[in-house]
Design a protein around this ligand. Structure first.
Ligand SMILES: Cc1cc2nc3c(=O)[nH]c(=O)nc-3n(C[C@H](O)[C@H](O)[C@H](O)COP(=O)(O)OP(=O)(O)OC[C@H]3O[C@@H](n4cnc5c(N)ncnc54)[C@H](O)[C@@H]3O)c2cc1C
Length: 368
């Protein structure tokens, strides 16, 4: 069964491997469906829907344009770059932020074996897929850190990895990127399409609540307002951060071979929560050196439970290793690739393509 059909049956309409290409309209010019393309297979399906929400971040205006409703307020794309250095090179104990000489705020955030620093905030007009990190971005961030911590003397060679993203800000005339509000906004189209853009990651449930309430108001569904405020994200949710820490402590003590240092226990629990122990138990049954056994069990968990698509998806989105632990990739990629190849039945040629895409990404995060 193709990914598109699976996603459709499970109701995950706009997920990151299914592209909404075009909208369908009824005789009253109301949007009543969408043409979807499975980005992996190229296959298309047509989907009918009572209500369609466009929550495509930097691409929101592109879809509003397709809906002929890009009028009034529009998006302004601002590029933000983060750099990653070994924690020992910038050994902050907790997140610190400081003002740069241009008045912008800079963050330095410790995470496992690294510290990441960001960010830039510059107007952006290029292709949205990979905005990329430039030398000017790297110089800007390193200069800001070196001014605040003169003894650190960070250099471009210290940067292990980087990533860049686009903030879909709501355009405000006469303001620079860093002055524009980070507030989210809903756009209603005469066709009935609801678009939402802007906002912060930390506010995503509030944004989702507002959108669901708007959908309900439009009367397409016989249901009450959003209930997200009282819903837990998973069955075995932690009641407090103390419970998270208690699990890290216990797993670190009980699985010394698989978790040789505290940071690897933290990594596991921060990524997989209460599923961490089942990954460790599975790893215990794999006859490989500890690090490889754990990687194989982690890959299998992601395939079985997290809809992981391919090798790059695993190293980039599911585990964050491409950014936060890039040095671990050469050590475990072969075993992870074998687990994926078996699960998806990849041919030798497909494995080669997958490996090449991963290499490309590893080069990209250090190319400026
Ligand atoms: C550099 C930077 C730093 C940030 N820092 C913070 C921070 O410190 N704290 C914070 O709270 N927030 C921060 N944010 C903001 C946060 O990342 C965004 O608010 C959040 O990602 C918005 O989520 P979203 O789901 O609306 O959009 P996105 O996360 O952009 O998701 C949009 C999705 O739509 C998909 N899509 C696009 N077109 C189509 C299509 N045609 N069909 C189907 N799918 C499509 C895309 O592939 C993507 O997966 C930061 C953003 C940036 C760029």
């Amino acid at each position: 069964m193709t990914l598109a059909k699976t996603a459709w049956r499970e109701g995950a309409v706009l997920c990151n491997h299914i592209e909404a290409k075009e909208f369908h309209y009824n005789d009253n010019q109301k949007v009543c469906g969408v043409q979807l393309r499975d980005v992996k297979s190229g296959e298309e399906i047509s989907l009918s829907a009572k209500q369609i929400v466009n929550a495509t971040g930097p691409w929101v205006d592109l879809l509003r344009d397709k809906d002929h409703s890009k009028k009034g307020k529009q998006l302004f794309l601002s590029k933000g770059v983060h750099l990653v250095v070994r924690h020992e090179r910038l050994p902050v104990k907790q997140t610190v932020y400081f003002d740069n000489t241009d008045g912008r705020m800079i963050f330095a955030i410790p995470r496992g074996r690294i510290t990441y620093i960001g960010t830039t905030d510059t107007a952006y007009e290029g292709g949205k897929e990979e905005p990329g990190t430039t030398k000017a971005d790297v110089d800007y961030i390193l200069e800001a850190v070196n001014q605040m911590f003169p003894s650190v003397k960070l250099q471009a060679e210290d940067v292990e990895s980087s990533w860049s993203g686009l903030r879909p800000l709501i355009h405000e005339e006469g303001k620079s990127a860093s002055e524009m509000s980070r507030k989210d906004e809903i756009f209603d189209s005469p066709s009935g399409l609801i678009s939402i853009a802007g906002g912060k990651l930390t506010g995503y449930r509030k944004m989702a609540e507002r959108v669901v309430d708007r959908v309900v108001q439009q009367g397409a569904f016989n249901t009450k307002a959003s209930s997200t405020a009282t819903q837990e994200l998973e069955d075995a949710a932690f009641a407090s951060y103390a419970e998270v820490q208690a699990l890290v402590d216990r797993l670190f003590t009980e699985y010394p071979k698989l978790l040789p240092d505290f940071k690897s226990a933290e990594y596991l629990v921060h990524n997989y929560g209460s599923a961490s122990e089942s990954i460790l138990r599975a790893a215990q049954k794999i006859e490989l050196p500890a690090e490889l056994a754990l990687a194989a069990a982690e890959a299998d968990h992601c395939l079985q439970n997290e809809m992981t698509l391919d090798l790059l998806d695993f190293f980039e989105r599911r585990t964050g290793r491409l950014y936060f632990d890039i040095l671990s990739i050469p050590r475990i990629r072969q075993v992870v690739s074998m687990v994926f190849a078996k699960f998806y039945g990849w041919t030798a040629a497909e494995i080669e393509t997958q490996e090449a895409r991963l290499d490309e990404a590893i080069n990209r995060v250090k190319a400026w």
